[in-house]
Unconditional design. Structure first.
Length: 136
């Protein structure tokens, strides 16, 4: 796997607002899908992590810059790159592009949470090892 995970997303009519552009909150969904698909490509399903290891990942903080609009039927490329890895959290830099045009960028801190206590907990070693392989 390369340092940046990239997936494609087609913009559907349901993703757009009355002006015909992607509604701002839907970019969050696209970013979430990329982080989830990155985990899946590493061999981990989020429900499996919850059920077998008692952990979930939750967004702690997010900064988004909307640069240009995406429109109905655009084929977008959504990236997720781990840029910081700590004991109980990681930071992703993410982009959404239409071709070579940057539409939206995101800086997202995700915390590892004990699912039963709903408190931060250390990222398990088996996951840290996988994250270190793909972190630039």
């Amino acid at each position: 796997m390369k340092n940046a995970f990239v997936m494609s997303v087609r913009v559907y009519y349901e993703d757009t607002d009355a002006g015909g552009v992607v509604y701002h909150a839907n970019y969050l969904n696209f970013f979430e899908r990329a982080r989830t698909e990155m985990l899946r490509e590493l061999g981990f399903e989020q429900d499996q992590l919850r059920d077998d290891y008692g952990i979930i990942f939750a967004v702690r903080a997010m900064q988004i810059d909307y640069l240009r609009p995406a429109r109905f039927n655009d084929l977008l490329h959504v990236s997720a790159t781990i840029v910081e890895l700590k004991k109980a959290s990681l930071v992703f830099e993410q982009t959404i592009k239409n071709g070579d045009v940057n539409l939206c960028t995101c800086h997202c801190r995700v915390a590892c949470i004990d699912a039963s206590k709903m408190q931060p907990t250390a990222i398990p070693d088996f996951l840290l090892k996988q994250f270190l392989i793909i972190k630039p």
